[in-house]
Every structure is written in C-alpha cells, then in structure tokens.
Design a protein around this ligand. Structure first.
Ligand SMILES: Nc1ncnc2c1ncn2[C@@H]1O[C@H](COP(=O)(O)OP(=O)(O)OP(=O)(O)O)[C@@H](O)[C@H]1O
Ligand SMILES: [Mg+2]
Length: 205
C-alpha cells in the first residue's frame, strides 16, 4: 500500500503565515520514514494532518490513490509525545486498551505491559508504562500506517530501546508504513529506512 501526501499546505488562518506549503511525499508499506526539522517548524502539524486530526488548507492525503473515508476506522493512526494527554483519565487502563480492538496477550507481553496495570487508572502509571498502552491500542488489524510523533522523547534510554525494538518487530510483521518524527538523529539513523529533512520539501518562504 502507499500513503501519498499530495500538495499539502497549511496555515492556522487567513492572516497567519504558511507553516506548510506544497508538501509532497510518499510512504510505502514496510518503509520507516524519519522526519527531522527544528522545533516549531511544523512536524507535529504535518503529523496531525496526515492522521486526520487537522484538515489541510489545501491538498490531499491518499491511500492507494483514494481519499481516506472519514467515517470509518482510520487506517492511519498516530502515537503522540505525551501519552497522559492521549488517554481518558476517567477510564481504567483495561478500557483504554480495548477501545478500538482487543490486543492479545502476546502483544501485551511484547510491549512489556503487565496484566496488573490493566486494573489501574492512567494517573497510576509512569509515562513509559502509559505510552506502551497508547502504542498497543492503535495496532489493530485495520491499521496500515503509523505516525509516531516523538513517542519516546520523554523516556529513559532503556525504555526507549525496548519500545522501539518491540514496535519495529510488530511493524515488520504487519508490514506497516511508518512516519517517525524525532529530534534524535542517532535514533533516526538506527531505525529509519530513509530520513527526510522537512525543510528540503517545504516550499514556504
Ligand atoms: N493552534 C495553533 N494556532 C496557531 N499556531 C499554532 C498552533 N499550534 C501550533 N502553532 C504554531 O505552528 C508552528 C508549528 O508547530 P508544530 O507543533 O507543528 O512544530 P514542531 O515541528 O512539531 O515542533 P517541536 O519539535 O517543538 O514539537 C509553530 O510555530 C507553532 O507555534
Ligand atoms: Mg512537535
């Protein structure tokens, strides 16, 4: 499958400057594309547009040439930098985990999720523990592309390594196409199949 970002431009309103201008890129299944650019440049904005959280001012997001159906399950799923902002604080972890699909024991084990955590509230988990849930819950069989926006930035190096090892194994198995936003060039070089500097493909002035 192919995820195509076609002539995407974005600004917050008519008077504000363009953040993204005429962005074109393609991600094939199985690819892991790294995106780098300085802080405040527009990486998260692009991620949100691709995952359907924000509408582009112009341009299209296509899968195999077709626009994504806004009503069904979105095959492009996003994992955010701050897991504590991505879960409902009033839901126990069991409910958070099973909202879209039911990850099996093998998946939980692979991501280092302990059964005992399922009975807890989000506030009773560490950021790294919570992020493992945020990853597991988007890996449904209908997911085809994963957008990862600095998903391990707040974690220690051991948790970072564990999470990326598991995620890449799963992505290889399921043949996901991935977009990986990071400030960590060392990480990008290790896990990505290619790296794009957003400044090189952005035509904003
Ligand atoms: N809701 C908003 N209204 C207006 N401007 C915004 C809004 N959200 C973000 N911006 C601006 O859009 C620009 C791009 O922000 P974005 O979050 O995409 O950057 P980023 O590359 O992800 O940065 P970082 O590496 O720090 O995460 C920034 O200048 C930011 O101030
Ligand atoms: Mg960002």
């Amino acid at each position: 499958m192919q995820l195509k970002i076609e002539n995407i431009s974005f600004r917050y309103n008519d008077k504000s400057p363009w953040i993204l201008k005429d962005i074109n890129m393609k991600i094939e299944s199985g690819e892991r594309v790294g995106i780098i650019a300085p802080s405040g440049y527009g990486k998260s904005t692009l991620a949100k547009i691709i995952a359907g959280y924000e509408n582009p001012t112009c341009g299209k997001i296509l899968i195999d040439g077709k626009e994504i159906n806004k009503n069904g399950f979105c095959p492009v799923q996003m994992i955010h930098q701050h897991p504590e902002l991505s879960v409902n604080p009033r839901w126990k972890m069991e409910k958070v985990l099973n909202e879209c699909w039911n990850p099996d024991d093998k998946m939980l084990e692979k991501l280092g999720i302990e059964k005992e955590w399922l009975k807890r509230w989000p506030a009773e988990l560490s950021g790294g523990e919570l992020q493992r849930f945020c990853i597991a819950r988007v890996l449904s069989p209908d997911t085809k592309f994963l957008i990862c926006d600095e998903i391990t930035t707040m974690l220690d190096v051991i948790s970072q390594a564990q999470i990326w090892k598991a995620l890449i194994e799963i992505a290889d198995e399921k043949d996901y196409g991935m977009l990986i936003i990071t400030h960590n060039m060392h990480l990008a070089e290790r896990i990505c199949t290619r790296i794009i500097d957003l400044r090189d493909i952005n035509r904003r002035v």
